[in-house]
Design a protein around this ligand. Sequence first.
Ligand code: BEZ
Ligand code: FE
Length: 291
Amino acid sequence: MDMSLEQPAGATRVRNIDENTITAAVLARQADCPDARLKEVLSALITHLHEFAREVKLTEAEWMQGIRFLTATGHMCDDRRQEFILLSDTLGLSMLLVAMNNAKAPQATEATVFGPFHVDDAPRLPPGSDIAGGAPGRPLDVDITVTSLDGQPIAGAEVDVWQADEEGLYDVQRPDLAERRARAVMRTDAEGRLRFRTIVPTAYPVPTDGPVGRMLVATGRHPWRPAHIHFMISAPGHETLITHLFRDGDPYLDSDVVFGVRRSLVVAIEDEGDSARLRHAFVLQPERTAA
Ligand code: BEZ
Ligand code: FE
């Protein structure tokens, strides 16, 4: 007689959930979730998480280490530092989502990662401004156009620009700096053109003083991003474009720590003696209409 099937008299019937049945048990527990998308996403997350633990035979000590890592990642976050975005970026998840969600016409400018250093209150400056605001670096004259897919100039497009300085730091990474610099929001003119002055970008390491930095060291990875300037360009009737322009010749173009480089976004920065010049034509995709 199989004793395991016997229940002591009067006891409540209890299923023995084991490592093979626990996934189905958890999924069954949320069978009545009223939000279909939440149910779909969480069900897949639970299934893959359990499968991952089984595949690597995760020990309790290892998972505790993982929990400590995630806790430290949260503790590192404040209004100037977003360690979870950095984790998503360095794990390639951010760029995977960019690739999955930004299919564009071949002529449209490609998108790349947003990164953690955008701010919502950048100075709004007129065209022709020097946006460096005293940030150290070699002067760079930027001359861009913004057009639709059919080549029509987009007048009044909002161009939000941000970049690190010559020392590889964004303004928000300098605790003693109260003002915003090397960033601005500007608008294109009637011909869809915008000129402004800034500084030549340099390669920089992502912040390595937190858990993500320790993960990079532990896995034998370098922390560098190739030199780039961030752009977020929006205009009515068009999809907002979040992208960068990367400096041609940078040694990290093919090993960006966040996997953000696209060949079409690599541009020449021409030497002009005391300063340099960058020209680029951005092409926005029309807004998608709901299917
Ligand atoms: C950035 O380019 O600002 C950036 C992107 C991803 C992670 C860290 C920094
Ligand atoms: Fe950046």
